[in-house]
Design a protein around this ligand. Structure first.
Ligand SMILES: [Zn+2]
Length: 489
């Protein structure tokens, strides 16, 4: 796991052209072979219902199952990583742009026609080169998983191994989309007009990038103050932001570095990397906070926890802590203290954050609904691109592109982790406010509690179990809807 994590870190941070995963799988074949899978399956089936032994065995079996496809998909993944690190988009006017920076370029561009030309060139390249690779990846992953015979199909296998009901979450997502439709219809035209000067009826996903780039607040989020301000805040809540050197921050620009920031736990909890390619402005602040939440979680896990609780488990937990930190930018008092945002700009900024939050929630709810069909096997592969465009476009009002039907998918239901993390984050924030007041984020008693009661536990619990232990409430979209209403109010 350490070797794989280090390979991904080096490749995605632009320090290596591609990740060499196959030699690692070859070297450690026995750990992820059929015997190991058989052993964890026996442990899982033999463990008493509800026991700690069963909890451990479920996580190990989930890992072994996932590894069966990861190992066999390694050559495809290597090709995909190499492609992403080197692909060039050629525009009609002859310009050449690094594929990885396209989203940054489109978000920063102010000319709408130019943006649409860039998007067309990007989509063409993706359709020809990346989409077939990704489609094959998902087809093979589904086949490999179903051939293991743990449950009747891919989705039932996911439910067995994750302890999460897809149908229940899908129903919540559909309800959420209905409940917030009127609110969305009301705010989108206002922002579209004001920021893009465009009618809400003919927006595309490329326009969404520019819309949420929210350049109007950039002056309040200086790049050179980001790290020091946020580190100061973490200090004030009683946590060492670098965890005595266990966390390394890699936040400079480097060719080949992925545009999407990430956190690599190479040895948990001793060696954790936070990698961010600067885009500029408030986006970087948000992303840095998010990844710092992950980094702190990994670096403050109790070192004596068994392997499965440090490395495996319900990623809704770590995403929940990441969101606990990135949602600090929804707090007016936090913004006043750590950013340059003026009192005059604050209400507008909060309203804009509410708009963005609502969009991302609706996008992820729709992604889950689509991905259940992608993995479900009832929709033919050739019909998925049209379904993708329908589902995503109707939830977000932005016209999506068929080219992205297999590219804009987080493998293995990562959307489930994000959605539950969102819900968990809202409950943890409520708990922190009750225990340590509105400004818990600068209360020196809050950090030690967060480290002991939350980070320290690794990922032993499922998100809904943690919600009950910490907040005494079930996970739901209700607190998120209330927060969005408050911000847009
Ligand atoms: Zn994350």
């Amino acid at each position: 796991m350490e070797e794989i994590s280090r390979e991904y870190y080096l490749a995605h941070s632009g320090q290596k052209a591609t990740a060499e995963l196959q030699p690692i799988y070859a070297r450690h074949a026995a750990i992820l072979g059929p015997d190991a899978l058989e052993l964890t399956l026996e442990m899982f089936r033999g463990a008493p219902e509800g026991s700690e032994e069963q909890r451990s065995a479920r996580l190990l079996l989930d890992w072994q199952t996932e590894s069966q496809s990861s190992r066999q998909l390694a050559p495809l993944d290597e090709r995909e990583i190499a492609w992403e690190g080197s692909a060039i988009v050629r525009l009609d006017d002859g310009r050449e742009i690094e594929y990885e920076t396209m989203s940054i370029e489109m978000a920063n561009g102010t000319d709408r026609n130019e943006r649409h030309a860039m998007e067309a060139a990007r989509a063409k390249l993706v359709e020809q080169e990346l989409a077939p690779l990704r489609r094959e990846r998902f087809q093979r992953e589904r086949d490999i998983t179903e051939q293991l015979g743990l449950a009747s199909n891919y989705n039932a296998t996911f439910e067995l191994l994750s302890g999460v009901s897809l149908e229940a979450l899908k129903a919540e997502c559909e309800q959420f989309l209905r409940d917030t439709q009127a609110m969305w219809n009301e705010v989108l035209p206002e922002f579209s007009k004001r920021i893009l000067g465009a009618d809400a009826k003919d927006l595309t996903r490329a326009d969404a990038l520019a819309l949420f780039r929210a350049r109007e607040f950039d002056e309040f989020f200086q790049p050179n103050e980001m790290e020091s301000s946020i580190r100061k805040q973490v200090h004030e809540m009683g946590i060492d932001p670098l965890a005595s050197g266990r966390i390394t921050l890699d936040t400079g620009d480097r060719p080949g570095k992925r545009s999407r920031a990430f956190c690599s736990p190479v040895r948990v909890p001793r060696e954790v990397y936070l990698v961010l390619r600067p885009h500029g402005g408030q986006t970087d602040w948000n992303t840095f906070l998010h990844e710092l939440g992950h980094a702190l979680h990994f670096a403050y896990m109790r070192p004596d926890l068994p392997f499965e609780y440090r490395w495996l488990g319900d990623n809704s937990i770590t995403e929940g802590y990441a969101m606990l930190f990135d949602h600090l930018m929804e707090s007016p008092r936090w913004l006043k203290r750590y950013t340059e945002l003026t009192a005059a700009a604050l209400p507008k900024f909060i309203r804009s954050s509410g708009f963005e939050e609502l969009h991302f929630l609706r996008r992820y709810a729709a992604k889950l609904i689509y991905e259940i069909d992608l993995y479900g096997g009832n929709v033919p592969w050739d019909s998925l691109p049209d379904l993708y465009v329908d589902v995503m476009t109707s939830a977000t009002s932005f016209r999506y592109n068929r080219a992205d039907a297999f590219v804009d998918v987080d493998p293995r239901y990562y959307a489930v982790r994000y959605l539950r993390a969102w819900q968990l984050q809202a409950l943890i924030t409520e708990t922190l406010v009750e225990r340590y007041d509105e400004d818990w984020w600068r209360n020196p008693r809050a950090g030690p509690w967060v480290c002991a009661a939350l980070f320290g536990e690794g990922q032993r619990e499922l998100a809904h179990e943690q919600a009950q232990r910490v907040a005494g409430k079930p996970l739901s979209f209700a607190p998120l809807v209330r927060a969005v209403e408050r911000m847009l109010g």
